[in-house]
Design a protein around this ligand. Sequence first.
Ligand code: DAK
Length: 257
Amino acid sequence: MPENLLIEGPKDGVRVFTLNRPEALNALNTELLGNLSAALDEAEADAETRAVVITGSQKAFAAGADINEMAARDLVGILEDPRTTHWARISRFNKPIIAAVNGFALGGGCELAMHADIMIAGTTARFGQPEINLGIMPGAGGTQRLVRAVGERLAMQMVLTGEPIDAKRALEAGLISEICQPELTLERAVQIARTIAGKAPIAVRLARESVRKANDLNLADGLRFERHAFTVLAGTADRQEGLDAFREKRKPHFTGR
Ligand code: DAK
């Protein structure tokens, strides 16, 4: 197991990845991002893993890209930055990701949390895009996913001032879906992940894809995608099992077929 990324599970269908660079507030260097990509490769290939939780420490989910590493790269270095490939890998992961955030989620840390499908945060969480303070700008979706999550006005304020928002504001703005006591954040995220892990995997996959399409497509195309996905599910054994179980007043046993 890599030292900077702790991996637990799968247990009850869930793997938990804990970012572990306490000396740098979990700043995302190339090695850590590479380990996270590799861990996602494994989780995707493993049928037993139905959902993934990504978390950090009580003090920091992640304080951004590693500034020391970034300082060593010039324009060509940034163009050829291997981290771009790792970010792309994270964004195409095909199972649900739940982020459990306490403390700082800044810059690339906020962007990583926004790659999750569901975000739970402790009351201590601080979300921000402080890149502007370094003379740069967000580079892993902070100007795009943030706008879709909280709207243009608040996103613009965060990106241009670099000032973070707290968990309460993040909840009001729709960046996170639940707020918790910090010591319960991970437990709650795992509970949600386990609930999802108990559902029919193909239905989860298509429902997730369909919800995600809402950001990319206009309403008519989105509805068409939804209709198509809904129809595909009619061919699955799990759909039959779900309907039978309801009528027979028992719990369904889904097999992913
Ligand atoms: N990188 C490296 N080290 C960091 C770090 C970071 N982002 N953040 C904190 N550290 C280190 C500190 O240097 C310090 O190390 P020592 O001095 O003890 O050796 C240690 O972590 C503890 O930090 P502090 O002493 O500063 O702790 P405080 O509680 O006083 O302050 C803080 C916490 C989070 C407010 C502060 O550390 C801070 O402002 N950190 C920087 C936050 C930041 O600016 N983040 C944005 C980085 S830029 C891209 C993809 C993504 C990105 C770019 C490109 N491509 C795909 C192209 C993303 C860019 C960014 O995220």
